[in-house]
Design a protein around this ligand. Structure first.
Ligand code: ADP
Ligand code: NA
Length: 332
């Protein structure tokens, strides 16, 4: 009974990484088309759960929007906007704060990771983050959320909130949204530490590939990426205990729209001295046009702002009636 609708977002909390591109943006581009209505958001209200410099927040938002546009998110096919322009997100998040249970929030591993040892000093917003994310998704009755592996638990919490709301207020009003976690690079790892995911916030520059890195920088970073001394195996099973090797093979597969199996068929027996430069060349080939277009857009902030403003208007046309009905069901 729900329109097939995709929602997903990225925080403007630092420069976009190859993880954001392969785990999110590239797949969002592919989902545009007749099967789904697609709604993509720069989630600036999420970014401020940790400190963001007010002098750079608006530009960071524009840069993430530029990354999406340059990658092929098309405002004629998708709604693209930033969260702070659509107040329905924050309003529904408050209602969901009163539906979600403390015990559910306490189980969220991302809060534990991000808050670290000093959780007492974390913002209340960082703790309530999954409730805002549930509102982002459900204020559009989104049925599908394409995300990386790191967001799976939050989408499950979104389903729990929807189910409890539907139960408590007596109507199957919110959909039970499906996470879409498919492809070879759903968890791109840090280049220097194969046990950590690549992230735009927290990692040092040599640990990640930025979407705006130039060819020399990309080559240097892959060259210095941590690996083991073994050559590439012929089959995926041979990567089982080799997280760094697996990561580079998965990145290659995702960038070339193929599978790890196919990459290993072509590169079995290759040493890192051959595979790393090939990977760098492939990454440059894919990222350079995107990075050039990002730079052009960043020099035209009015163009980006106009797209986001138009997107926000279209987003509100869907979100506001759903928010209104939610208030009704709760008795307001
Ligand atoms: P970050 O963790 O880099 O700050 P966000 O939290 O803004 O990124 O996440 C934006 C999207 O990018 C989400 O769908 C998330 O799952 C995806 N993503 C982020 N990092 C990675 C990664 N290393 N591998 C795959 N997907 C990722
Ligand atoms: Na994340």
């Amino acid at each position: 009974q729900f329109t097939p609708r995709v929602f997903s977002g990225i925080k403007p909390s630092g420069g976009l990484t190859l993880g954001n591109y392969l785990g999110a943006i590239k797949r969002w581009v592919d989902m545009q088309g007749p099967a789904f209505e697609t709604i993509y958001c720069v989630v600036d209200l999420h970014a401020i759960t940790v400190w963001q410099d007010p002098a750079t927040l608006a530009d960071a938002t524009r840069e993430v929007a530029a990354g999406m546009l340059a990658s092929g998110i098309d405002p004629a096919k998708s709604i693209l906007f930033n969260q702070a322009q659509v107040p329905a997100h924050a309003e529904l998040a408050w209602l969901f704060n009163c539906v979600a249970r403390l015990g559910w929030m306490n189980r969220m591993t991302q809060f534990k990771d991000k808050a670290g040892k000093n959780a007492e000093k974390a913002s209340l917003g960082l703790y309530a983050y999954p409730s805002l994310m549930a509102a982002d998704i459900l204020v559009y009755h989104a049925t599908h959320v394409p995300v990386g592996e790191d967001q799976k638990q939050h989408v499950e919490l979104t389903r729990d909130i929807a189910a409890k709301f539907n139960h408590d207020y007596g109507e199957a009003f919110f959909p039970l949204t499906e996470p879409v976690i498919e492809g070879p690079a759903m968890r791109v790892m840090n280049l220097r530490d194969g046990s950590k995911k690549m992230s735009k916030s927290g990692d040092s520059d040599m640990e990640r590939i930025n979407m705006t890195d130039d060819a020399d920088t990309i080559a240097k970073k892959f060259k210095k990426a941590r690996t083991d001394p073994e050559p590439l195996p012929g089959e995926v099973a041979g990567l089982a205990d080799r997280p760094e090797a697996k990561n580079l093979v998965d990145i290659y597969a995702a960038l070339s729209d193929t599978t790890a199996e196919a990459v290993l068929r072509d590169h079995a027996g290759a040493g890192w001295g051959t595979f790393k430069p090939a990977l760098a060349e492939l990454a440059v080939e894919k990222l350079a046009p995107i990075s050039d277009e990002m730079k052009r857009l960043m020099a035209a902030p009015d163009e980006i702002d106009a797209i986001l403003a138009k997107g926000a208007e279209r987003a509100e046309a869907i979100a506001n009636p759903i928010l209104e009905r939610t208030f009704d069901l709760m008795g307001f």
